[in-house]
Write a protein that binds this ligand. Structure first.
Ligand SMILES: [Zn+2]
Length: 416
């Protein structure tokens, strides 16, 4: 069932969660002289092309009410059936050369019969080459009469500044969770699909808030295919265990978790992305220790740039392992630096550090760190000893910095 097409908004009033962009579009369409260049900026699936189409239809509608297209006149109907001669959609990813812009210029000469405006919707316009963007700029600077350009992009900063400065920019934000889940529940009800609120939230999270992709997922739910099948999630326990392993400086455990998650069929990219999300979630909690925040921050500085280079290739898992290793060395070095300062200043600092983990949100890490700490002591693999066994890497700090003074166990809860 293709729900994204079935439920694609055809009126301004039907657009979900983009009130500001819709309000600017509506206000712009009644202004004189008419703005001739619009730039719609937002994440994939946020509704840019949908709004561009409604704007194009509104411009040519013969019986619109205010700016709302009637969707019944000959112009609206021909556009809804993809036969409108004056409304052109171009994919900047495919048509990205200077010759393609020349094609647009030629189409501007064609008589639009009874249509009031010629409209060009250019999707993914940032993918046009720089020469093509320059040619486009000339067109925007001196547009043919009654011609409107609606450019859509997910990467605004790849566009020429001179194009951006000529356009009225409409920004598409992330649609709030409640709005999307409510919308999904509503659509599911109309389609006779059994969907719980929890499942709707899972679809939202899996699709990073994109309504189009969320509808696509919902349309695939059937008797034999559940939401859990369509939106697999890395267990939160696994992600929390990763942080505990960081706290315990236990690279072997980190590697085990990484391998376990990948064997479950998840891409390394998703593991790192989810790790980032959880780190930020923990960092935002009021009760989180400043030491954890500092270390997590350093870890993110390693992990975030690595994600874009990870891909889904066969090398991805090796790169993921390396990234986690580097993240751990950064985490450790910060502990070690603090440790060195502490040992140089005073022995009274011990209490400050031992309290740092106990300050972590108890529902996130507290209990598990305690448990692991106790078990590691029982197996004589205390964190300080374990840290000494880690292999060196170009990013790691000198070996002696991993040796913690006896009885001083930073990041581990105070011994009972
Ligand atoms: Zn109409």
């Amino acid at each position: 069932m293709n729900l994204p097409i079935k439920y694609r908004p055809i009126k301004f009033a039907q657009v979900v969660g983009q009130q500001v962009a819709v309000a600017i579009a509506q206000a712009s369409l009644v202004q004189t002289p008419l703005q001739t260049t619009f730039l719609l900026v937002g994440a994939s699936g946020s509704g840019k092309t949908t709004l561009a189409r409604i704007m194009a239809r509104s411009l040519n509608c013969k019986e619109k009410v205010g700016v709302e297209p009637c969707n019944q006149c000959s112009s609206c109907l021909s556009h809804l059936s993809d036969r409108h001669l004056a409304i052109n959609e171009i994919n900047g990813a495919d048509k990205n050369g200077v010759d393609d812009v020349r094609g647009i210029i030629e189409r501007c000469q064609i008589n639009t019969l009874d249509s009031k405006y010629r409209v060009f919707i250019v999707d993914e316009c940032h993918q046009m080459s720089k020469p093509a963007q320059n040619a486009m700029l000339k067109l925007l600077e001196d547009p043919p009469q009654d011609t409107v350009f609606i450019l859509c992009t997910t990467e605004e900063d790849k566009l020429l500044e001179t194009i951006r400065s000529r356009a009225r920019i409409l920004r598409f934000g992330t649609v709030p969770r409640d709005l999307v889940t409510g919308y999904l529940l509503n659509v599911a009800y109309h389609e006779g699909i059994t969907l719980s609120e929890h499942e709707a939230q899972r679809i939202y999270e899996y699709n990073k808030g994109s309504i189009r992709q969320s509808l696509q997922t919902l349309g695939t739910v059937s008797e034999g295919v559940s939401v859990a099948d369509l939106c697999p999630q890395i267990s939160r326990d696994e992600l929390q265990s990763l942080f505990i392993a960081f706290e315990n400086r236990d690279y072997i455990q980190i590697d085990r978790i990484q391998q376990r998650v990948c064997h479950q069929g998840f891409y390394p990219k998703q593991l790192l992305t989810d790790l980032i999300d959880l780190a930020i979630e923990i960092m935002a909690m009021l009760e989180t220790s400043p030491h954890f925040v500092a270390n997590a921050n350093r870890m993110l500085e390693v992990v975030i740039p690595a994600i874009s280079k990870l891909g889904n290739s066969s090398n991805a898992q090796a790169n993921c392992r390396l990234t986690l290793y580097h993240a751990l060395t950064v985490w450790q070095s910060s502990v070690s630096k603090e440790m060195l300062e502490d040992t140089q200043t005073s022995s009274s600092v011990t209490n400050t550090h031992t309290s740092s983990v106990s300050q972590l949100p108890s529902d996130v890490l507290g209990e598990r760190v305690q448990t692991q700490s106790q078990s590691s002591q029982a197996s004589q693999f205390g964190s300080a000893t374990y840290a000494n066994q880690l292999p060196q890497s170009p990013l790691s700090v000198p070996q002696h910095q991993f040796a913690f003074p006896t009885g001083h166990r930073p990041y581990l809860p105070a011994q009972q």
